[in-house]
Design a protein around this ligand. Structure first.
Ligand SMILES: O=C(O)c1ccccc1NCC(=O)[C@H](O)[C@H](O)COP(=O)(O)O
Length: 205
């Protein structure tokens, strides 16, 4: 079984779809872009979401105090950091009680990450890692070049959808993260979310 995060929730209806699908994590984007939500929207998504499903806030250049404040208000339980926040900031966010997902963006960076984390010199103490092609761009990475991905706490993202999900699940990563592939015409699609979660949760060798 592979954990699955459905990202880019914008409405209470989206949160209900995630509840019904039994996804493992849900994501709301505070960074600018078409999925951006404000604190109030995120609060109402959190209130609708099953309490057992952690809500992940996605950040690019938001202030650390804002991230910590959203955690202290009980709106998010995890922070996904796409920007260059660095290990001191990661530690401060963790000390506030939020788990951190540190993001690596791009093919070359993903391959470097695979080698670095697999090697002995890794200094990064994030709770989870995410290798991603972009920022909710729907573009894919060349997953064939990421076969040595660490299996314990790394998620994979970037253009995952019902057509290609089996290839990514074959990597046996800890988890996968999907936004645009869970949508039809730019809106979350309950049938797609249900199918994506069911496929991720299937037992594999
Ligand atoms: O979705 C956005 O608009 C966004 C903006 C800035 C940083 C990150 C953003 N999204 C992150 C995600 O939705 C996912 O973590 C990931 O990129 C997967 O997206 P997709 O390729 O659409 O499945």
């Amino acid at each position: 079984m592979t954990k699955i995060k459905i990202c880019g929730l914008m409405t209470k209806a989206d949160a209900t779809m995630v509840n019904d699908s039994r996804a493992d994590y849900a994501g709301v984007v505070f960074a600018s872009g078409r999925h951006q939500v404000d604190g109030q929207q995120a609060q109402s998504i959190r209130a609708t979401l099953d309490p057992a499903i952690p809500l992940v806030g996605v950040f690019v250049d938001q202030a650390v105090d804002e991230i910590i404040g959203l955690g202290q208000a009980g709106i998010i339980q995890m922070a996904q950091l796409h920007g260059p926040y660095g290990s001191e900031v990661i530690a401060a966010i963790q000390a506030s009680g939020l788990a951190v997902i540190d993001v690596t963006v791009g093919q070359d960076q993903a391959e470097e990450f695979v080698n670095q984390v697999a090697g002995p010199d890794n200094q990064n103490q994030a709770d989870f890692y995410l290798v991603d092609s972009g920022a909710g761009s729907g573009q894919t990475l060349d997953w064939s070049r990421l076969q040595n991905l660490p299996k314990d706490k790394t998620l994979v993202a970037g253009g995952i959808n019902l057509t290609n999900i089996e290839k990514i699940l074959a990597l046996n990563s800890y988890g996968i993260d999907i936004s645009s592939g869970s949508e039809t015409n730019g809106h979350k699609d309950p049938a797609k979310i249900r199918q994506l979660v069911a496929l991720a949760h299937q037992e594999r060798e």
